[in-house]
Design a protein around this ligand. Sequence first.
Ligand code: NDP
Length: 233
Amino acid sequence: MDVPLHETLDGQVALVTGANRGLGARIAAELDDLGAVVYAGVRNPEYDAPGDQRALELDVTDEEAIRAAISCIEVEADRLDVLVNNAAISDPSGSTLLDESVSDIDAVLETNLRGPMVLTKFALPLLLRNPGGRVVNVSSGMGALGEEMTGGAPAYRVSKTGLNGLTAYLHGEYHTDGLLANSACPGWVRTDMGGESAPRSVEEGAATPVWLARFAPDAPGGRFWRDREVVDW
Ligand code: NDP
């Protein structure tokens, strides 16, 4: 699809959650290459961020850590142009709702849905400060209501349905203020989460989230994307 894109992210600031491995590491590296100041949100305080990225301790389940991370970005950079809500966990392999523990359900929803919602809440004042702030929610076709919801991972599926709901809400409430909120499905990708049999490389999986992070004002928001095309929620 032909949409207005930032050719460079020079002078812009991005925050990527779960930036130490998998898709998040690749997305952070590409945004760094595009010229953004990239805050790599990570749980490990010892993380040595590559390139010009700045490591930022950020567990998305921890409200105090979220507040501290956003405050750090405000003090150091005084702006935030892109928030990539990438960090996530999955249910234990093979789980169905009948056998999944309540603590596992809580953990998945807390990380994959509450985390992005609370982080976005505290990031919004910075994202709205300049027109064209972007929220990229890394979602999954496993949460799409139009696809058959079978094959386990109940909390993961519902968390991604909810994350898409967050995208739709952000668009509805804030697009007239200039916010561009979109969801992306990276496809099935060879990461720790996706496993070795997945058909896609990390580069292929990161392509659409990075493309969404480059959306310029007047680009579409409030959509769910895969391979740079709109897909059903
Ligand atoms: P990985 O399991 O490889 O990486 C997950 C990342 O999330 C790690 O950096 C991890 O950090 C971080 N993370 C987990 N919990 C938290 C937390 N509480 N706070 C902060 N960071 C946390 O996953 P992928 O790279 O494969 O997945 C990235 C995104 O893509 C996810 O949203 C996933 O749902 C989505 N996706 C992936 C698919 C795939 O096939 N791989 C398919 C569809 C969607 P740590 O190292 O500290 O654990």
